[in-house]
Design a protein around this ligand. Structure first.
Ligand SMILES: [Zn+2]
Length: 215
């Protein structure tokens, strides 16, 4: 093909394909309740962002090696976990996968023993699929607090389960992870050492919490 034909073909192909893939991007709210007795009043903090080879999205050091999501920790530890802090789905979507029933008071984990009670493969979790085909993952949930069955469609911001410490977890926190189909784990935060795009409706300050407005 000559260059003009090639360009024409590329354009035609792009026009044919674009309408099916370019559905509106999904944006997220902070995935835990911000009521006064939940994450409100300083009840939750960012304990680790996604790792970009030694830095977080904002070029800071709030990460650990190989970390693929963001950790939001309960300031009150296990006492606050027992009280009950609600994880909320960050956007409209459906529950694509979930696991429950694992021990939820882990305070250590051993990288060399991934199938131990507090190992890599023993977290209670929920995976949501959103209208733009992206996924959000909610990890380390408290045992038997999940409110909806697999396949359930939800509008934004339902109480879906409580924060726990199941799996590879050293204390009660939510590991929130954002996935893009065909790419894998991505970062909802935008910044100069990460992706240029934010996927939050309101990203908020560095080490603060994102906003709670739904898309
Ligand atoms: Zn994490």
């Amino acid at each position: 093909m000559n260059t003009v034909k090639k360009l024409a073909f590329t354009l035609a192909f792009a026009l044919l394909v674009l309408p099916t893939v370019a559905s509106a991007q999904t944006y997220f709210r902070f995935p835990i309740s911000m009521l006064a007795d939940q994450c409100g009043n300083g009840g939750c903090t960012v304990s680790a962002y996604k790792d970009y080879g030694g830095r977080d999205y904002a070029c800071g050091g709030v990460r650990y090696s190989g970390h693929t999501g963001t950790d939001y920790a309960l300031v009150g530890g296990f006492g606050k976990m027992d009280y009950g802090v609600w994880v909320m789905n960050a956007a409209r979507g459906y529950i694509e996968a979930s696991v429950d029933g694992y021990y939820d008071r882990c305070n250590y984990w051993d990288q060399n023993n991934p199938y131990a009670a507090c190992g890599l493969y023993t977290a209670n979790y929920i995976i949501m699929r959103h209208p733009d085909n992206t996924q959000t993952k909610y990890w380390h949930l408290k045992k038997y607090t999940q409110q909806f069955a697999r396949g359930t469609s939800l509008s934004c911001a339902y109480w879906i389960a409580q924060v726990g410490s199941s799996g590879a977890s050293t204390g009660p926190h939510l590991h929130f992870e954002y996935w893009v189909p065909g790419y894998g784990t991505d970062d909802p935060y935008g910044g100069s050492c990460g992706t240029p795009f934010t996927r939050w409706t309101s990203q908020g300050a560095y080490r603060g919490l994102p906003g709670i407005a739904c898309q």
